[in-house]
Design a binder for this molecule. Sequence first.
Ligand SMILES: Cc1cc2nc3c(=O)[nH]c(=O)nc-3n(C[C@H](O)[C@H](O)[C@H](O)COP(=O)(O)OP(=O)(O)OC[C@H]3O[C@@H](n4cnc5c(N)ncnc54)[C@H](O)[C@@H]3O)c2cc1C
Length: 440
Amino acid sequence: MSGGGTSGDSRPEHYRCVGVGVGPANLSLASLLYGKPQMTNLFLDRKDRFGWHDGQQIAGAKLQVSLLKDLVTLSDPTSRFSFLSYLHEHGRIYHFVNAQFDSVPRQEFRNYLAWASRINENVVFGEEVLGIEFEHVFTVHTSRRVVTAENIVVGVGNQPWVPEPARGQLGGTQFHVSDYAERSADLAGKRVAVVGGGQSGAEAFLELISRPPAALPRRVTWISRRRNYFPIDDTPFTNEYYVPSYSDYFFELERPTRIALNEQNVLTSDGISEATLREVYQRCYTRRFIEGSADLFALLPNRTVTEVRADRGGWDLTVTGNDDPGQVEHVEADHVVWATGFRSAPTDFLAPIAHRLGREGEEFRVDRDFAVEWDGPRNRSVFLQNGARGQRGLADPNLSLVAWRSQRILDRLLGVVSNDQLDSFIGWSAKQRSAELRGA
Ligand SMILES: Cc1cc2nc3c(=O)[nH]c(=O)nc-3n(C[C@H](O)[C@H](O)[C@H](O)COP(=O)(O)OP(=O)(O)OC[C@H]3O[C@@H](n4cnc5c(N)ncnc54)[C@H](O)[C@@H]3O)c2cc1C
């Protein structure tokens, strides 16, 4: 392992930087740190081996962002950890070009990420971080050992979330979509309800109604709280929300404005890809009008599931209309797939130092460099990746700014300032415009 060095005595290995979690966020930083011997580093993940939403590697699923939004390219296009480098190393770069994918298959991007984790010996799996203390340096207790670190980078991502009616009922015939691959195999002839109108719900619904006759469910009902099955807005000016200068602009706004913006703009990140929507609609057309399965699917947006009760070996879902809460329907299902999203994963391992860390609402409060504000020395930091959506906006959990955010953390660790790319075409505010005109 580059760096850490076990000393001859019983002192723990010491690193300049220890990362907790190895998803795309921390893997990006590990990639940018690679080959910088002065920045000894170690990245730990509790999973036995790399995975990226493996339970949702549904056939045909595609990446929702440009392939250039990989681990490194937007910060360091010369890095050996780019997606193109992966293709080249595997001898398939011409095939990839000729395949003319509209978007990268999600499985291929996952394989790229797995490769990046494999070729970096500072990335270790099967080791959970259990607790972090601080006295001059951080002491990191893992499921296998104790190490010390000058800086910590938390990148523990999100965990599945279900609404109240599903809580305490998961397991068996009700499951979160993150377990789809494992739990959805045997649904032939069953009534299935998919709850959730985002990309994950759309992919599950599409996969279910696309199965060959022997594996086809009897009926698939797709329920969504949103008023319709809305697309993700992937147009150029909307994508200006997903560039570094907007992230910095957003960060300076008052909290109520930030909360409102995240609510208003949610479909810029959480809507359904246009290609998926087209495929869903075409499959519905084919099933109903060409093949004559009049009853295979039901589309019920603009409704909220308010209760789920066990009923004759299956489930009875009480569904309330959004426009008229008095309008109640019942959906009978043998299986329920909850595609209702994710929320921040727990950071219990920070408990010993949590009282020293600043907070904003449910988040740790970060500074411009994604370091959590705290009462410790400035050259000892806890950085937070994908944990500041309320402070940094909708791009925070997304792949768009992963390389840039890692670069900013790396700059802080190295005490340098990398050149940012040019500002957005859009002047986001009068204040920002007048600063530009003054040449500030
Ligand atoms: C199905 C799906 C598809 C997506 N597709 C896209 C897309 O196309 N484009 C896009 O921009 N975004 C996409 N996203 C959103 C985003 O890219 C992902 O959620 C991304 O995985 C977030 O990366 P992360 O590194 O922050 O967290 P994660 O990928 O969740 O990784 C966190 C890691 O931390 C580990 N961990 C947690 N606690 C500990 C601990 N105590 N000790 C050690 N390890 C720990 C976990 O095991 C996990 O491996 C998608 C999300 C989902 C669910």
